[in-house]
Design a protein. Sequence first.
Length: 435
Amino acid sequence: MSRESHILSPDTQAVLLLCANFEAKSDSGVKPLTLAQYNRLASWLRNQHLRPGDLLHQEGVEKLRQSMDQLKEAEEALKLLARGVAMALAVEKWTNQGIWVLSRSDMEYPRRFKDRLKQNSPPILFGAGIKNLLARGGLAVIGSRHADEKALEFTRKIGQRCALENIQVISGGAKGVDQEAMLAALAQGGEVIGILSDNLGRATVSGKYRQAIRDGQLVLLSACAPETRFQVGNAMARNKLIYALSDWALVVSTETEKGGTWTGALENLKYNWVPLLVRDGADVSSSNKRLIKEGANPLNQGKVLQHIGGLKDLLQQASIQKESAVPEESGLGAHAGRAVDASQRHHLLNEFGKGALHQVDADYFWDHQVWPAISNILRSQSRLTVSQLAKDLGIEKSQAKAWLKRASEEQKVKKLTRPERYVAPEFGQRSLLDE
């Protein structure tokens, strides 16, 4: 890591002062702001037409002092902002360990967190490895620390297949399923994201991960400072980050109504961040079966172990098989309720794009098929032209133009000119999440 990597933007310096714990002792006498507290402060900053970095200067500090009657976090924030020496020492130490820092205002901060978690996105992130991996999605592999050998063997097979089929593995780094999936993928030359809740500094120098970080295969990420020790609350909070970075999530083993795997899976079902799959088969536990009853989709372990079909196809097929059917009179037939995914997108949207819309409920198709597909493409490309959309979906330019026009009218996208392209409404604008 280059020496200049420890130079943080003013915004990130301010957020770090406000939200992070430093190992060095400080006389601030106050705990860092919680997520909710920081969000209130960020909202105040936005209303004052300020950015976090402005709090590093006298004018911003004075405005904060004047707000004590209206903003209950103001007094704490002033004390936290005075920890400059402690922050400098901590950042220097982290840099020497190969650890970088991102805040929500940084361009490299994962867009998926902002899109899916919104105000629950961590204000500050710590990591080691190539940041580009954070934008590539992949399969979240999740499971118990105490999984049996059959579950662990399945986990290793999944990790290996992900590596061979260029699917990134995303997991939590805990013993058991998490580590087995990560190590199996790395051993096969695959790419991995490990989202940790404690001891990031120790993990970066671990023999299990050190070379993979150097080789660009692995990025370790945490919303907790690198010296943080294990706490149940942090481990639970980490679950949503694993789901939010992925394209699919697979629970290999779980315990009914117990532990982080179960809680995280139910949270994902509630918020529908990504399709939730569960290992299924004759010898899986009753807890896995129970999670399927709660709404997760079964993934047949036999097909995975026997290499029946490509893994992406198996994941996509499993992701749609429990979607609700739409009555035949709607006209959608076999396509009803399905999410448009990479394997179906060309055929399905090409079919409807060439005039078949008179056979279906156009609004239903728009809400459940077309817009989700456009949104996914826009999320990965940031800016989108008519020609790009037509190419990606395999449709005529006239159809792509009509769909982008509708998205613009519904304020789902914003049209820019010279040259003409479409972006998310918040692109280039200040928002709460960018404070």
